[in-house]
Design a protein around this ligand. Structure first.
Ligand code: T4K
Length: 395
């Protein structure tokens, strides 16, 4: 690799050599060494007990409750089904206020629960629901508020709690990104009426597929525990029309093992984030998600906003130039949900009302970010962005 005297490289998009020979994907899920899970995996294969809440799933639930310090943590097959079951368990009807700046599953879950999304705008610095916008979106048909801890940054929980209390609405959180994050010293999982995690392969705490509903409401936890298993309390006389949303035993084994390293992994991510932000934050036109002083951030994602005029290149331009270096960034969450075809019915209503959402979605890029990153990768990402900025005029 030829580095010029000015410390820059010729961008690959202008004919230079790509910085990385292998593609650098957006995530690299870390799983335990085979030998650490060999015994429980062999036991499953020997006994044939692959599912139906045998022993590893209940053990994981106990460990999760202990780790999160939450009274109940009910595992499910994935975060989407966890959201559906938390919503149906609260017996909501009508509208639920959600951000549009989120992954599709947040609002899709409302549809599956027979509810209607009402999209509210976000805070320009933390990218999470703006409590004032939420309050303005409340109608007589509102039945709940569903916040999203975007990229692992907890919502303004206190602000949302006050709005929810004033209007007597249940408050839920899509905590798919926020396992291990904290708000005012307490782990996410403890807030609102329920918080729903995802343990998808792309998450900080990965199990392939998986999720959990954390709640202090025993009746809600009991409902989710029954509903994920057809509504069958074990008598084969189902109490209501439940689903099959059970976590599998193999996944729980990964979760039990990953729980031993999660805190160290989050510490690593925080260190890498501070390094990348410290260096790239010096470039004109790049701005990172603001971390509130109330928050301990897990950095599920490292997101950067690009101001085209100052940086010299648009968000798409930077995306393409990074891809030429084999650095595969992602545009989570562009387009925002109110512009998805699935929500076409809402487009006219929201086109003018979600200016911050559209501004952030149009300029955000998530950089590859892992729980273990070498100096070479960290330095390579910085060098690529710096060089692309330096030569941006020639694109
Ligand atoms: N709420 C929010 C806010 C969410 O972000 C999500 C999920 C949910 C709710 C729903 O939770 P789940 O029902 O999924 O538990 C991914 C995930 O599929 C999705 O779970 C996630 N959010 C969303 C933000 O991202 P893609 O389309 O980005 O995945 P894909 O296949 O492009 O993979 C991304 C990178 O991950 C690639 O570089 C490859 C790598 N990868 C992927 C998989 C599937 C792996 O290394 N291993 C793997 O097994 O959607």
């Amino acid at each position: 690799m030829h580095i010029h005297e000015n410390g820059r490289k010729n961008p690959a998009i202008l004919g230079g050599e790509p910085l990385f020979t292998e593609p650098l994907g957006i995530v690299r899920p870390l799983f335990p060494q085979l030998e650490t899970v060999a015994a429980p995996v062999s036991e499953i294969l020997r006994t044939g007990q692959l599912t139906n809440l045998w022993k590893n799933v209940p053990a994981l639930e106990a460990e999760l409750s202990r780790y999160l310090q939450v009274p109940r943590c009910v595992t499910v097959a994935n975060g989407t089904l966890g959201l559906v079951l938390a919503l149906t368990g609260l017996k909501l009807e009508g509208e639920v206020i959600v951000p549009s700046f989120t992954f599709s599953a947040t609002a899709h879950a409302l549809w599956w629960a027979g509810l209607e999304p009402v999209f509210a705008d976000i805070d320009p610095d933390t990218f999470t629901l703006d409590p004032q916008a939420v309050e303005a979106a409340i109608t007589p048909r509102s039945s709940a508020i569903l916040g999203v801890h975007v990229y692992g940054h907890p919502c303004d929980i206190e602000g949302l709690r006050q709005v929810a209390r004033r209007h007597r609405l249940p408050l839920l959180f899509d905590a798919a990104h926020a396992f291990g994050s904290r708000y005012r010293g307490q782990r996410i999982g403890n807030f609102g009426d329920a918080e729903v995690f995802s343990f998808h392969a792309t998450k900080v705490f990965p199990m392939g597929e998986g999720g959990a509903v954390a709640t202090a409401h025993n009746d809600l936890a009991e409902y989710v525990a029954l509903a994920r298993n057809f509504g069958d309390p074990g008598t084969e006389n189902t109490q209501f029309c439940g689903l099959n949303a059970k976590m599998q035993e193999f996944n729980a084994i990964l979760g039990l093992e990953n729980l031993k390293t999660i805190d160290q992994h989050i510490k690593n991510r925080r260190r890498y984030a501070s390094l990348l932000i410290g260096r790239l934050g010096q470039l004109p036109g790049l701005r990172f998600q603001d971390i509130s002083p109330d928050v301990y951030m897990n950095y599920q994602n490292l997101a950067v906003l690009i101001d085209e005029a100052q940086f010299g290149l648009s968000c798409d331009g930077l995306y393409d130039a990074l891809a030429a270096e084999n650095i595969l960034a992602r545009r989570y969450f562009c387009p925002p949900l109110h512009l998805h075809q699935a929500y076409a019915a809402y487009q006219e209503q929201y086109r003018a009302n979600l200016p911050i959402t559209e501004q952030v979605a149009n300029s955000v890029l998530c950089l590859p970010f892992y729980s273990v990153m070498s100096d070479e990768i960290l330095d390579g990402i910085c060098l690529a962005v710096e060089s692309i900025h330096h030569y941006a005029g020639q694109f």
